[in-house]
Design a protein around this ligand. Structure first.
Ligand SMILES: CC(C)(COP(=O)(O)OP(=O)(O)OC[C@H]1O[C@@H](n2cnc3c(N)ncnc32)[C@H](O)[C@@H]1OP(=O)(O)O)[C@@H](O)C(=O)NCCC(=O)NCCS
Length: 188
């Protein structure tokens, strides 16, 4: 593996990287620049937080750590630069977000309760399995994440995903192959 030294940063503390981050996201999921800016600027230590992986001076990865009202954590919009895929940066990105989720839970941990990081995917199950995630059913209350997000589009997406999940022919798999996955991130 040829992974040069990288930095895992909170985007709101390094706003000079916003334009590059918009380009990275739009190279995978094209959206208007104004929409991207709005979502990318809605980032705080208290979540949701936008996270970037920077190599040299280039943004090579992005993901967003979010929480539900029940304080369950999820990761979304995981992406690495097409030019560096397959070189280990995705794994570094996931390790970074898990560490951040761990830090978030640390002062809030409830003894005897299991804490997980959730995600929803139809394209990268194998990648997440390699990062230690397992398939699960839809987390209860995950739809309420929408009330914590500033973006109307993200709200619509979360509601749609939950609706789809309710009509599944099988417990864990959606019609289009989308699945929920989770990883336990803090053991007491
Ligand atoms: C999915 C993605 C983030 C992976 O990033 P990456 O930089 O290529 O990941 P890594 O190089 O760290 O790969 C880690 C391991 O996962 C494997 N892997 C990567 N993408 C995979 C995929 N889509 N399916 C199965 N395995 C995959 C790699 O082969 C590697 O395996 P190894 O450790 O045995 O060599 C990247 O391909 C991407 O941005 N895809 C487009 C956006 C997307 O689909 N995001 C997920 C949305 S839910």
């Amino acid at each position: 593996m040829n992974v040069e030294q990288t930095q895992f940063l909170k985007l709101h503390e390094h706003q000079g990287y916003i334009d590059q981050t918009i380009d990275l996201l739009n190279s995978e999921w094209p959206k208007s620049v104004s929409y991207r800016e709005k979502v990318l600027r809605s980032s705080t230590d208290d979540l949701p937080v936008n996270l970037i992986l920077v190599k040299g001076d280039n943004v090579v990865g992005f993901c967003r750590l979010i929480k539900t009202q029940e304080s369950m954590l999820g990761v979304e919009s995981v992406v690495t630069d097409k030019n560096v895929r397959g070189q280990g940066y995705g794994r570094i990105l996931m390790e970074g977000v898990e560490e951040m989720a761990n830090k978030y839970y640390e002062p809030r941990i409830e003894k005897g309760k299991e804490h997980y990081l959730y995600l929803y995917t139809n394209t990268a199950q194998g990648f997440y399995e390699k990062c230690g995630f397992e398939i699960t059913s839809a987390p209860q209350g995950f739809g309420s994440v929408v009330s914590n997000l500033n973006s109307g589009q993200l709200s619509g997406l979360a509601a749609m995903l939950q609706k789809r999940q309710q009509s599944l022919p099988h417990e864990n798999t959606n019609k289009d192959g989308s699945i929920w996955m989770r990883k336990q991130i803090n053991k007491v």
